[in-house]
Design a protein around this ligand. Structure first.
Ligand code: ADP
Ligand code: MG
Length: 595
């Protein structure tokens, strides 16, 4: 259980307010925010004074009015207080949501996105995410997957801000998944590997947003923008697999003045009731949730009495989890300091005050298989303890002890199987991510490069070359030749006696064959080959006079290792060439890591 955390932030006076010689009516002290109604004369006490100055307490009150004053709260400070919590939540596997609420021009976009050189929460969060990923990957051997999507809701319709060729602009459908809840159908999701990937997407999305805004009469102040990061983290934690998924929503809401349906001007009325629907519903949802939590401990009454109208708008439906559900949620209410905005500012402060009462139920989103593995392991530990006890009181031969032992073995086998399944699944994810069947891991001071596919490792005769080249030999054909070949070559090489179309590798059902083309110079383990010849684990291949490779077949190697273990194969018989006398790591290349 966790309440929605609420921060209020006041921006500097803008040009218009200064031109109107507006007076500042906002005062912040600690986490308190006060607003003064200048229409009520000063100098009274009691009731009247309470009407003149209203004070609210939030989790944070951020004074960003004057960058030269001492209580000034910068973008960095906002990120340190709020953004780093969201970051922590992401790494712990919780969902999180930050939404900015306030009238148009009060600083929502500034707080969420920021200006060039003065980044807001979203870019700072993403940068922090990748900084931490880099640090964790280095020390923990954890792996990560991050996906970004960015959408806009305008007039109850959803638009993908990251779709490049968008002919149909505003009509993505919102659907409901039986387990995962509401989602936007066909919303594009973009894998991101580093911060600059995110930056690029963010920029494209923002441009998309403002372009529509100028051509369509200030859409951006009337639309809600939701930037979402799906973040998966997998690792082995003392040999126990762990996988968590968290969804982070960062939301820049439409100007709150649009929520006030009664105050709609003629122009806005013409656009129909839709324009405010999401914001009005958000208000209703917040009210309902606040009422619910204030009903106190009486759970029965609570459930019957309060209906939360999530389904009434697209925004609330999509953010259902963030409001009263499985999420750590933060609201930032932004306000103007000027007396000319008294009405709107007071209503924002009240809104924020109500949001404080929402209680969420964040839980760690653990992969279901991983949870099962953990439960089984606990059960194994329990059974083992029981067996030890049984041993002590000489119960071991009794039928109970036997069945217990049986159960223990069953559980252990299941854990092994599940762990293997999980590892495979995660490896697969990682492979798709990298589009390669490669994994790097540390071993002592070395770095081991693992691959599951048959591959060639370049053995370069150039003393000055330091990189390591690995070519995968995928199922099917891999062509090797020069750049100037008339057909496209999969592996491009240069060097003495290398033909433009030199040879091809055929990988069929796990059998890899080298096929020399048109009399090209190919040799395997020092023997010239002119016909197709099947390759075995560890073979050394020379193409032309200078391109030398070691052929690795990880699956075959694994089988050979099994045989060696059971004594069918002697270590000696595995040594195929002088270059591969060590059979310890047949499918892996050890790179010496001097650091
Ligand atoms: P909104 O998104 O709520 O409509 P903006 O974020 O676009 O409002 O802010 C309106 C203007 O005020 C922008 O020019 C923005 O740069 C400026 N602004 C808002 N908040 C601050 C702040 N805390 N410090 C400095 N400038 C701000
Ligand atoms: Mg804005």
């Amino acid at each position: 259980m966790a309440s929605v955390r609420v921060a209020v932030r006041v921006r500097p006076m803008n040009r218009r307010e200064k031109d109107l010689t507006a007076k500042c009516i906002i005062k912040m002290e600690g986490n308190k925010t006060s607003i003064t109604n200048l229409k009520i004369p000063d100098g009274n006490a009691g009731e009247v004074l309470r009407d003149r100055i209203k004070t609210f307490t939030y989790d944070f009150s951020y004074d960003s009015m004057d960058s030269k004053s001492s209580p000034f709260v910068s973008q960095e400070k906002v990120f340190k207080d709020l953004g780093s919590d969201v970051l922590r939540a992401a790494f712990e596997g919780y969902n999180a949501c930050v939404f900015a609420y306030g009238q148009t021009g009060s600083g929502k976009s500034y707080t969420m996105m920021g200006n060039p050189g003065d980044a807001g929460l979203i870019p700072r969060f993403c940068e922090g995410l990748f900084t931490r990923i880099a640090a964790t990957t280095r020390w923990d051997e954890a792996s990560f997957r991050a996906e970004v999507s960015y959408l806009e809701i305008y007039n109850e319709r959803v638009r993908d801000l990251l779709r490049r060729k968008s002919t149909q602009t505003y009509n993505l459908r919102v659907r409901e998944h039986p387990k995962d809840g509401p989602y936007v159908e066909d919303l594009s999701k973009h894998l991101v590997q580093n911060y600059s990937d995110v930056e690029e997407l963010m920029e494209a999305g923002n441009i998309n947003r403002t372009t529509a805004s100028t051509s369509m009469n200030d859409v951006s102040s009337r639309s809600h923008a939701i930037f979402t990061i799906n973040f998966t983290q997998a690792k082995f934690d003392s040999e126990m697999p762990s996988e968590t998924v968290s969804k982070i929503h960062l939301v820049d809401l439409a100007g709150s003045e649009r929520a006030d349906a009664t105050g709609a001007t003629g122009v806005r009325l013409k656009e129909g009731g839709n324009i405010n629907k999401s914001l009005v519903t958000l208000g209703n949802v917040i009210s309902a949730l606040a009422d619910m939590s204030q009903d106190g401990g009486n759970t029965n009454l609570k459930k019957k009495a309060v209906f939360v109208p999530y389904r009434d708008s697209v925004l609330t439906w999509l953010l259902k989890d963030s409001l009263g559900g499985n999420s750590k949620t933060i609201m930032i209410a932004t306000v103007s300091p000027a007396d000319v905005n008294y009405g709107e500012t007071l209503s924002t402060l009240r809104y924020a005050n109500r949001a404080k009462n929402i209680i969420n139920k964040p839980t760690i989103n653990e992969d279901c298989n991983v949870r099962l593995i953990r439960e089984l392991r606990n059960e194994i530990a329990r059974l083992k303890a029981l067996l030890v006890q049984g041993n002590q009181i000489a119960l071991l031969d009794s039928p109970t002890a036997l069945s217990m032992e049986e159960k223990l073995h069953q559980n252990e086998a299941r854990v092994l199987e599940l762990t293997k399944e999980w590892t495979n699944k995660w490896n697969e994810t990682q492979n798709i991510l990298k589009e390669e069947t490669l994994a790097l891991r540390k071993e002592g001071i070395g770095v081991v490069l693992d691959s599951e596919l048959p591959h060639l490792i370049g053995i370069d005769d150039d003393l000055l070359s330091t990189g390591i080249i690995l070519y995968h030999l995928k199922e099917g054909q891999t062509y090797v030749g020069r750049e100037d070949a008339s057909t496209e070559q999969d592996i491009i090489l240069h060097g003495l006696d290398l033909e433009s179309e030199h040879c091809r590798f055929e990988n069929q059902n796990g059998k890899v064959t080298l096929v020399p083309l048109g009399g090209a110079q190919c040799s395997v383990n020092g023997v010239q080959v002119t016909e197709r010849s099947q390759l075995n684990q560890g073979a050394v291949i020379l193409l032309g006079r200078t391109n030398m490779f070691r052929f690795n077949h990880p699956k075959e190697a694994a089988k050979l290792r099994e045989k060696r273990k059971s004594g069918v194969l002697s270590t000696f018989s595995l040594s195929m060439t002088d270059l591969s006398t060590s059979c310890e790591n047949l499918s892996t290349v050890m790179l010496y890591n001097p650091g």
